[in-house]
Design a protein around this ligand. Structure first.
Ligand code: F3S
Length: 837
């Protein structure tokens, strides 16, 4: 009795890979398989016992990670997995994947896909899921010449486990059809798995020389079934059993030559069990021990590979965890991620891709599951060492990536080798946190190289300094004042922010960060921010560049006079409170002041009694000067507007009461105002009140009694002013609307020139200027008839008011008026209106 076992028996690469992946993952994750992982009940039963159930519907996954079977699935299954938000691990055999790719291409090119195989097999169903128009034939017996049209374009693929001899017959038949059908475009793809072909060929040979042939495997496996048929065709006494225990030993004769093979999905332990039993049987029968162990037979199949060999291979598949490599041997090779690169963060799918031909180092011929363990990084390191030695001798810089931080420095991967970089050598300046360098790529000098001691020390101190010097020279040769430059904030100090312009740091002083006042640099920029800044000064000798962040935007005060016209109702945010009022931010860099008297319609002792910092307020613009960067605001006027409502219409003509020459103290007080203005005053108190008004830089016409008393102390010159008014014959006009002061002005008349000079025409916030101004001008013009010319003054920054008077016919002169008498000291333009005589 003899016993011969097929060297190609048992798990193929694709099956071994799928079983290994799922077995390993099941130790740490909840898994299920979509359909049986492979066609072997013993294996799937074993996985089930490990908590990996088989599901036929993805809705049954119950949140577990789904393992895709080695036979593959239709493309739509991946979309469904995504839709259901299920994670998955793809165990499709790379050889099956290749067929999916052919089917997909055939579909996109509008070809007809001809699939030769078992239409009911999951592999064929999966392929159909990638195809466009497709037909499945079980074999030559189903194929008819008329199925192939002269104008058709066909791609022909075969089930991976298809009988190789039948494959050849079909190819010959198709070639004949092609030759006899001009125009027929037909491409045959040999997709029969190499492992299957070898297994079938070997089984055929063994079956031919055996009296009894045992095929181990699951009857539902297409691969096992084909193996059984091939053996049966060549050996009448062929038996298909799932395990050797099912085999009837009593059918054997002492002189039988026994052959044994196993399907691709038959696990090693089943084959091993059979080998041991048959070996014992033969030994017992022959009385000698001449059998090989299972491992010995398996190793024999790999005779052409040895540990330590360097061989060429073609990458078949790359996953984030490993790389499959076709070595042209019985088994394919595996390079684990850690053997591709030393960098734990490396994405190996970006390093290698299917089709790459690479040199690999054989780490182990058989990892116990039939796989060849390979290493790429060992080859890279060997090549890299030679290059590093050369770089060391020639003092040429080499590129490397910092991968980890260790005591006293960092480790860099340079040409596949681990190099130590002392912390002093990582840069030309002290680096506080070496972790920030992890993952970055730099050029290094090789400082020490000792192959025997495997010592490699590198550094970039000198290179960094030289790089910086080069960058500095280049930047200073280009940078100019006024230029807009881009950079990254490298450091923040209390007085400003340093910006790396690509080797040279420029400084943005805190005052140049924004148009508004900046309290803390970090309120505007922080380290790492990308910024655009204007160059405001360059000093190549001192190596300094001053930058301005606000310089890239327009000074908001340039347009403030147009944007915030007198009388406009605007919104702002209370920025800070001071004893005399509240500053309100109208926009970044533009603050206006609400004087304390303009906060409310009642007397306000302290601004904080009415307002809080950060509060949003509606205010009316009462005065604006872009040049002086001042805007006066009135919340009181805005409150009045709100009170008057949207229907309020400005009174015109006779509806305006003009008072001339009478003290209005009483009338004003009765309306809740202390005083408005003095008309031809002859009492000290009234003059003092006027003085208070003059004093107020915000032209506050309504002043509380306490403030008047305060100012009486401060401004003893008030009496003198009063006298001047009297001597120079000034008159004051007040316009009231609905018994409330609305506008006023002081007027001086020169009887000789017949010129009326309006010292200051003030219109209360919330009243539209033009109507009131017109009414007042008409009124006093009537008082002084015949008036030839009217002069008035307007603050030079108040473009809106100037425009309003120009519409009334006034012309702006170049003449600046600083004092027209009556105590008014101004810095205004004179405007002039010539009246017709
Ligand atoms: Fe793949 Fe061939 Fe096995 S196609 S699953 S390696 S039989």
């Amino acid at each position: 009795m003899t016993f011969e076992m097929a060297k190609t028996a048992g798990f193929c690469f694709g099956v071994a890979r799928a079983v290994r992946t799922v077995t390993e993952l099941s130790a740490c994750e909840r898994l299920c398989t979509y359909g049986p992982l492979i066609n072997n009940r013993i294996v799937t039963g074993g996985l089930e016992a490990r908590g990996v159930p088989v599901i036929d519907d993805l809705s049954g996954a119950d949140g577990a990670k789904v393992a895709i079977r080695s036979h593959g699935v239709p493309e739509s299954v991946y979309a469904e997995l995504d839709r259901l938000g299920l994670e998955y691990v793809d165990c499709t055999c790379p050889d099956v994947k290749k067929i999916h790719a052919i089917a997909g291409k055939s579909r996109s090119e509008g070809h007809t896909l001809i699939i030769i195989g078992d239409a009911g097999h999951p592999e064929i169903k999966g392929i159909m899921g990638y195809a466009g128009e497709a037909r499945v034939y079980a074999g030559l017996e189903e194929m008819r010449p008329e199925d192939f049209h002269a104008d058709g374009v066909y791609d022909v693929v075969f089930q991976t486990t298809y009988d190789k001899s039948k494959f050849s017959a079909i190819c010959a038949w198709l070639e004949k059809i092609k030759a006899g059908t001009p125009g027929l475009n037909l491409t045959i793809h040999d997709t029969v798995c190499g492992a299957t072909a070898k297994r079938q060929a070997e089984a055929r040979e063994i079956a031919r020389r055996s009296d009894v042939m045992i095929v181990l495997g699951d009857a539902s496996s297409s691969n096992t079934d084909k193996l059984y048929r091939i053996c049966k065709e060549n050996c009448e006494r062929t038996y298909l059993v799932e395990t050797i225990k099912e085999f009837q030993l009593n059918i054997l004769h002492p002189s039988d030559k026994i052959g044994l093979t196993a399907g691709a999905s038959t696990p090693p332990e089943i084959t091993k069990e059979a080998v041991e039993l048959m070996s014992d049987l033969v030994n017992n029968n022959n009385g000698v021990n001449n059998s090989q162990s299972f491992e010995e037979m398996l190793d024999e199949a790999l005779v052409t590979l040895h540990t330590g060999d360097i061989v060429k291979g073609t990458v078949i598949q790359v996953t984030p965890a490993d790389v499959s490599v076709n070595l042209g041997y019985k088994s394919d090779g595996i390079i684990m991620k850690s053997e591709v690169s030393d960098d734990p963060a490396a994405d190996i799918t970006k390093i290698l891709k299917p089709g790459d031909v690479i040199d690999v180092f054989v780490v182990r011929v058989n990892d116990g599951e039939g796989n060849v363990l390979l290493s790429k990084k060992k080859i890279d390191a060997q090549k890299g060492m030679m290059e590093l030695e050369e770089a060391f001798q020639n003092k040429t810089p080499v590129e490397g990536k910092i991968t980890e931080v260790v005591k006293g420095g960092v480790i860099a991967n340079i040409k596949g080798a681990r190099a130590f970089i002392p912390s002093k050598q990582v840069s030309d300046r002290y680096v506080e946190d070496l972790e920030t360098l992890k993952g970055k790529t730099f050029d290094f000098n090789i400082l020490e190289f000792d192959r025997s001691k495997r010592r490699l020390v590198a550094g970039r101190r000198e290179l960094a300094a030289a790089e910086k010097e080069r960058a500095k020279t280049e930047i200073f040769s280009k940078v100019e004042v006024g230029q807009i430059v881009k950079g990254k904030v490298s450091r923040v100090a209390a007085f400003g922010a340093f910006v790396d312009l690509g080797g040279v740091d420029g400084l943005i002083h805190i005052s140049e960060l924004a148009w508004s006042r900046v309290r803390k640099v970090t309120d505007v920029v922080k380290e790492g921010d990308e910024v655009e800044a204007a160059v405001v000064a360059v000093d190549p000798e001192k190596g300094k560049i001053s930058l301005s962040l606000r310089g890239v935007t327009q000074d908001p005060w340039k347009t403030a006079a147009e944007k915030y016209a007198v009388g406009a109702l605007v919104e702002g945010k209370v920025a800070r409170l001071v004893p005399f009022g509240a500053f309100v931010e109208l926009e970044d860099g533009v603050d206006g002041l609400i004087h304390i008297s303009q906060i409310a319609n009642h007397r306000v002792a302290k601004p904080e009694d009415e307002l809080t910092v950060g509060q949003t307020v509606q205010v009316v613009v009462t005065e604006v000067s872009g040049e002086a960067k001042k805007i006066s605001l009135s919340k009181r006027a805005a409150d009045d507007l709100a009170e008057r409502g949207a229907d309020y219409e400005e009174p015109v003509g006779e509806e305006i009461d003009i008072f001339v020459g009478e003290p209005l103290v009483e009338a004003a007080e009765s309306d809740g105002y202390e005083i408005m203005v003095v008309l031809e005053p002859d009492e000290v108190e009234a003059v003092a009140k006027l003085a208070a008004e003059i004093w107020n830089e915000y032209y506050t016409p309504l002043i509380g009694k306490e403030q008047v008393d305060y100012m009486l102390d401060k401004f003893q010159s008030a009496v003198a002013i009063y006298k001047q008014i009297k001597e120079e014959g000034c008159r004051y006009y007040l316009a009231e609307v609905a018994h409330k002061p609305a506008a006023y002005c002081a007027v001086k008349f020169d009887p000789e020139t017949r010129v009326v000079f309006l010292s200051k025409l003030y219109v209360e916030a919330g009243f539209r200027q033009r109507g009131l101004a017109k009414a007042m001008i008409e009124n006093f013009a009537a008082d002084y008839e015949p008036v030839k010319t009217i002069w008035l003054t307007v603050n030079k920054g108040n473009a809106g008011t100037i425009a309003a008077y120009e519409k009334m016919g006034f012309k702006t002169t170049d003449e600046l008026v600083t004092d027209i008498g009556g105590g008014y000291v101004m810095d205004d333009y004179k405007m002039e209106l010539e009246l017709e005589e």
